[in-house]
Design a protein around this ligand. Structure first.
Ligand code: SF4
Length: 351
């Protein structure tokens, strides 16, 4: 078993325990109103704005929208946080998103609802092992996914998000540059197939997307033969093969609007259904089936770390002293370079 796989097994155990112990967080209407009112007061008093990911709970996304914040994928979150004039960014997502925001805007205060909200891709790519891996292949361009620590980004030549992963791989393939791709093996495998790039994969995976099963989707297609299948490229190849469209969260939302189908089977985190329903209210969205190694589903298309972002935690975000993101300046300077390369490259792709 590789180091990354070993680490992933430990993470799976932690997630199982987290899911087992997670209490129902159903709020009464009165409690929800009170929390939202507290949060609005804090945002105003602290000149703060909410930067939320598509995978967070609907009430978090709704509040971000209603208070002038943003709901988006990690690339747009990074851009929004950098360009907004708020002094404090409240990042509703997972830790690497907060780190990215801090790297891009070191003068701003970046708060997370909890620093425990991590990501199996980030956890499965420890800097020392990854650095040794890169050192063993010095002739390769190092491309890392945004879902990594600041230290791993600092070791990279390129950072990518799923919305431009393929374009960056094509760009490097056109220059005959061999690549190290980390940490997601499914996304790396997908860009390798699509771009023809020479890719050496790190062995990481997203614990949510790797649970989607092609057999389950095939069975669901029998019940809904008119449904188009939308798949995030962190999913296994057998699931990607069944897709009518493969893409990042933003690209999945766009596909739901563009395709003529009235029904969609969606292989990504269920949090995206809030925005899908908003973007295409006359269409029906069905979550793609998942299954763990045992009889029960481990995540049920719902990232356990994203689920830590709830209204109670948001209301308490200014009361804590253990939830601010700090990135050492020298590390941030180094990590900034591949991040800025990504943002500049993304600009060149705009129509
Ligand atoms: Fe990481 Fe997967 Fe959760 Fe996204 S859904 S934060 S990739 S574990």
């Amino acid at each position: 078993m590789s180091i990354a796989q070993e680490k992933l097994e430990q993470i799976r155990a932690q997630v199982r325990s987290h899911l087992d112990w997670r209490q129902s967080t159903e709020l009464t209407a009165a409690r929800k109103d009170a929390l939202e009112s507290t949060i609005r007061g804090h945002l105003k008093a602290q000149n703060a704005v909410i930067v939320a990911h598509y995978y967070t709970a609907p009430e978090i996304q709704a509040l971000a929208e209603a208070t002038g914040g943003c709901v988006s994928d990690s690339l747009e979150m990074a851009r929004f946080g950098r360009d907004h004039n708020a002094e404090t960014l409240i990042v509703a997502g997972v830790r690497f998103m907060g780190e990215t925001a801090k790297i891009l805007t070191p003068h701003k205060r970046v708060l997370m609802l909890t620093l425990e909200a991590t990501c199996s891709l980030d956890e499965g790519c420890p800097i020392d092992e990854f650095s040794a891996f890169c050192d063993a292949h010095p002739d390769r361009e190092v491309v890392v996914y945004a879902n990594t620590s600041a230290a791993v980004k600092a070791r990279a030549d390129w950072v990518v998000t799923s919305s431009i992963a393929l374009e960056v791989a094509e760009h490097l393939a056109a220059q005959d540059k061999p690549i190290i791709w980390a940490p997601d093996r499914h996304l790396g495998d997908y860009v390798q197939r699509e771009s023809g790039a020479d890719v050496l994969l790190w062995d990481g995976a997203c614990i949510v997307h790797e649970e989607f099963k092609s057999r389950g989707i095939r069975d669901l297609k029998k019940v809904h033969p008119d449904a188009a299948v939308l798949v995030h490229p962190e999913s296994p190849a057998s699931v990607i093969e069944m897709a009518d469209r493969v893409g990042s969260t933003t690209q999945i939302i766009r596909a739901a609007c563009e395709l003529p189908n009235k029904k969609f089977i969606v292989a990504t985190d269920q949090g995206i259904f809030y925005k899908l329903q908003q973007a295409a209210p006359d269409k029906q969205f069905i979550v793609a089936p998942t299954a763990g190694k045992g009889a029960t589903c481990r995540s049920c298309a719902n990232c356990p770390w994203m689920a830590m972002n709830d209204l109670e935690a948001m209301a308490a975000v200014f009361d804590r002293d253990d939830n601010e993101i700090h990135v050492p300046p020298a590390l941030a300077d180094r990590a900034m370079q591949p991040l800025e390369r990504m943002l500049a490259f993304a600009e060149t792709l705009k129509p």
